[in-house]
Design a protein around this ligand. Sequence first.
Ligand SMILES: NC(=O)CCC(=O)C(=O)O
Length: 299
Amino acid sequence: MSQLLKKSVKLALIQLACTADKAHNLSHARSKVLEATKQGAKIVVLPECFNSPYGTKYFPQYAEQLLPSPPTEKQSPSFHELSKIAKEAGCYLVGGSIPERHGEGKEEKLYNTNLTFGPTGELLATHRKVHLFDIDIPGKIKFKESEVLSPGNKVTILDLPEYGKIAIAICYDIRFPELATIAARKGAFLLLYPGAFNLTTGALHWELQARARAMDNQVYVGLCSPARDMEADYNAWGHSMVVDPNAEVLDQLDEKEGIVVCELKEGRIDEVRKGIPIYGQRRFDVYPDVSAGKVRYEE
Ligand SMILES: NC(=O)CCC(=O)C(=O)O
């Protein structure tokens, strides 16, 4: 069996206390990433909307232009700061997400976009949230990202030469197991979701979704939330966590700011898949319509 994870690696999830002050969020993110890499982390993840409040009214105000790439400092301070942080810390930096503005006038669109940088500061991948968070649970929570955001249209998988492939998606994307399954079938050892669940759905589904994606695909899963702020319009669930390929929670935070650092072990995926060998037992002859088919993805 081929090793999906070529060598053990430490993953850090930074549950950042995000504020309305973008410059502060960026410098705070820098100090937390450096703290994580001092603990040996080589892959570091920031939360969804880590440099702005989370809410449809905030997205236009905080949006940055990313294309054509590279943007200028003025067009995207976050792009430049994340690139510098990745280089200074010498890590793969999965930069949570930021609101992105693309196009002008009637053509203008906003996206919820992840930027991922490599240890020399180069941009490795972008992922625009594919499934927008539109829900309405009477008396509990109503949220409609699609009022202001447009969806992305690809599965995002990237190859980290020393370790193997990882996949990135954003928050509500986790509810659509197809993205995860496609990424795992294409060889990802780790599925990462910067995300900001809330007090209603977080309690119900956050851990369940993380463990389900790990169990279905027998890969590592990391969910990285902002810290909870009860003064903010949107109260994030927190509980950033790492789940192993056997769907066991390796570590998780509570709702406060913090860092989770976990070692992802070479050989663990193979061990789990050997014990419960669903990978070799699929019956695509019975359900050919759910095989990967024509999927738009980027490596
Ligand atoms: N930011 C989000 O996409 C939130 C998703 C969420 O809370 C959920 O229940 O799903």
